[in-house]
Design a protein around this ligand. Structure first.
Ligand SMILES: [Zn+2]
Length: 173
């Protein structure tokens, strides 16, 4: 396994839609292992393949340290419900945070690393946020595209007083 270099904005790869994974072979398994290792090294809660220079529709997520990493091949959101404002960061835009509008309930589908389809549901938590953040990445979208107040804050700066989430040390992925 290897820690990969995280692509930084404004790299054009972050702005391109990724390609569907057609065949889950040994090279995909290696990419998955390297992405998990990179997510851990960067202390992120998620990582999309195009953030490590690979233009495939593939992401990993791990909302809590004690969770098992979740492999999300061909990730697609199938349903969103509700709205909330959250503090967010991105490993491709290091050193900053911003407030974005996300869904409360998120339902997504993907393939696991053996190619088995599964559905995943999350509500009001970091996983829900990560599923939307990673799906955005895979579609060439960055969280800075939908900042509610149009402002990026340096990490450590106080967040907006009405910010419902609180800590500026918001999850990055
Ligand atoms: Zn990100």
């Amino acid at each position: 396994m290897a820690v990969l270099q995280v692509t930084r904005s404004p790299d054009p790869l972050l702005r391109r839609r990724t390609r569907w994974v057609k065949r889950i072979d040994a090279s995909i398994q290696k990419i998955i292992d390297d992405m998990i290792e990179t997510m851990h090294a960067e202390r992120g809660v998620g990582l999309a393949a195009n953030q490590v220079g690979i233009p495939l529709r593939l992401a990993v997520a791990q909302p809590e340290e004690d969770d098992e990493p979740i492999v999300l091949i061909n990730l697609e959101i199938v349903r969103r419900k509700g709205e909330r404002e959250v503090n967010e960061g991105c490993l491709s835009i290091p050193g900053y945070r911003g407030t974005v509008r996300r869904s409360v309930k998120v339902r997504a589908k993907a393939l696991d690393r053996t190619g088995r389809p599964f559905k995943i549901k999350a509500e009001g938590d970091v996983l829900a946020q990560a599923l939307e953040h990673e799906t955005d990445h895979l579609n060439g979208v960055l969280y800075t595209d939908h900042l509610v107040d149009g402002q990026l804050r340096p990490v450590g700066a106080p967040s907006a007083s009405e910010d419902p989430v609180g800590p500026a040390e918001a999850a990055a992925s």
